[in-house]
Design a protein around this ligand. Structure first.
Ligand SMILES: [Zn+2]
Length: 213
């Protein structure tokens, strides 16, 4: 959509009681810039790095949806129209640092170092800086998924790697005590502390082994 004489798209967001106003000649441009501004604030408050292109692709839909919770309705207005926050229906969204870190960093955090023997993913040294992975959804790596699109599966069980496998499929050494297998419907993910790898297996690779589930 092209802006006609003197008119502009205006979008307003509210985060931490701060109002952000962005205007542009197209609704897409205004949306991108307000999303970036909200994302920047979220990253600052969660003390994580702002990532360029954080919103791109179907894979990052969850991030866009999260950020969009802070953003009101775009309006096509005269440039010199007064800003009327009520007309934009700007939400009062509250969030936690944990939500932000998980939305933006979950898969970066998913490393053997950060996953303990009880299935907690740690994002800091504090006792409350962790979350239980059982019941959480994780994205399936593209090269393993059957469809071309983005797939997520829920972690439905945690198994003991030492009981299921005699050796690490990557480095062939014995799994350290407390190594887990994260079980989803079709996949197994092993945060292998022996070699520092996150090892993905398809369920059929392990069908011969009854101990898996
Ligand atoms: Zn290994």
């Amino acid at each position: 959509m092209r802006a006609s004489e003197g008119k502009i798209w205006r979008i307003i967001a509210r985060i931490d009681d701060e109002i952000i106003i962005k205007q542009a000649s197209s609704v897409e441009k205004a949306t991108r810039s307000v999303r970036n501004a909200v994302c920047q604030r979220l990253c600052d408050s969660a003390e994580i790095e702002y990532e360029l292109g954080w919103w791109k692709g179907f894979r990052h839909k969850a991030r866009r949806d999260f950020v969009d919770n802070f953003i009101g309705t775009p309006l096509y207005v005269q440039i010199d129209d007064e800003v009327e926050i009520e007309l934009h229906e700007v939400p009062y969204e509250v969030y936690t640092i944990q939500q932000v870190r998980l939305t933006f960093r979950k898969m970066t955090l998913m490393s053997p170092d950060n996953i303990d023997a009880w299935g907690y993913l740690h994002w800091g040294p504090g006792d409350d800086e962790k979350m239980q992975l059982l019941g959480e959804k994780i994205p399936i790596p593209q090269h393993l998924s059957s469809s071309k699109g983005f797939e997520e599966e829920e972690i439905i069980a945690l198994s003991d790697a030492q009981e299921c496998l005699s050796e690490c499929p990557k480095c062939k050494s014995e799994f350290p005590f407390g190594t887990l297998i994260l079980v989803t419907e079709n996949f197994r993910l092993i945060p292998a502390n022996c070699c520092g790898n996150m090892i993905w297996l398809k369920e059929e690779d392990s069908e011969q082994n009854e101990d898996w589930t």
